[in-house]
Write a protein that binds this ligand. Structure first.
Ligand SMILES: C[S@@+](CC[C@H](N)C(=O)[O-])C[C@H]1O[C@@H](n2cnc3c(N)ncnc32)[C@H](O)[C@@H]1O
Length: 242
């Protein structure tokens, strides 16, 4: 079972507004403002077609921030579009990229290592961190298996889960649009920023210790989740769009 699930996550859906919805654009703007840097190199690990990266570049440029973008994605299906949408595109497994150390002001690793086992998650975060300059920031939604308290879980369920009680308040007619707003809010909650290469590298280790602290049944349940996503994606595969 371990062998079957220890591979890349092959869901490759993305969208042009994904990084603004997820709050990533704001985090990159904060980075530029904080360090007073107005020329940035941004690496997007698992960029899919890089439409979201292209849109990010457009928004940064409109604010006077020159941006050089490097997209990395292992999926050959996204190659043609990703080459058009980024300044440099590497059609490779990120773990095999060995020529980008110490080059990035910002590395984004979003929705690409969620459904992979702890070791691979940690290696991906560690590799992404090595791309950073010393003062560079890592933006990621990959979590470290921290278990929320009962109260946190309850509040998260109310705020983000389906069926959102709050959304039902707006009536059937507005349900769709309100539900979409909720989903976007959830996306915003997940993206976190780690300041500096050292902090980001430490986070990679924290993922392993987070995993080791889980009880055996929690580990089985996480692996089962990965298996379910794999089966779901085999039956209903997502297609890259430009
Ligand atoms: C769901 S897309 C995310 C796209 C974009 N980052 C976003 O947030 O919308 C995940 C992408 O990660 C890529 N991926 C998964 N594992 C990878 C790896 N080890 N190296 C490079 N790309 C990888 C997949 O091919 C897929 O296109």
């Amino acid at each position: 079972m371990i062998k079957i699930i220890d591979r890349n996550w092959f869901v490759n859906y993305t969208s042009p507004n994904r990084y603004s919805l997820a709050g990533i654009t704001d985090l990159v703007l904060d980075h530029s403002e904080r360090l007073k840097k107005f020329k940035l190199t941004v690496i997007d690990v698992g960029c899919s077609t890089a439409v979201s990266l292209k849109e990010l570049k457009k928004e940064l440029n409109s604010k006077g921030i020159g941006t050089f973008t490097i997209g990395i994605d292992v999926d050959p299906k996204v190659k043609e579009m990703a080459e058009k949408n980024s300044d440099i595109f590497l059609n490779k497994d990120v773990l095999e990229v060995d020529n980008l150390y110490d080059v990035a002001d910002v590395v984004i690793c979003h929705k690409m290592a969620l459904w992979v086992p702890a070791n691979r998650r940690s290696c991906i975060i560690s590799k992404s961190s090595q791309f950073l300059k010393l003062e560079g920031d890592l933006i990621t939604d990959v979590d470290d298996y921290r278990q929320p308290s009962f109260l946190e879980s309850l509040s998260n369920f109310y705020k983000y889960s389906w069926p959102p009680i709050h959304t039902l308040r707006y009536g059937i007619k507005n349900f769709r649009s309100e539900y979409k707003k909720k989903r976007d809010l959830k996306l915003r909650k997940d993206a976190r920023i780690f300041y500096g290469r050292e902090t980001s590298l430490k986070y990679a280790k924290q993922i392993i210790s987070g995993w080791n602290k889980l009880a055996w049944d929690q580990k089985v349940s996480k692996k089962f989740d990965i298996l379910c996503i794999m089966i779901q994606q085999k039956l209903f595969p997502s297609r890259p769009k430009n």
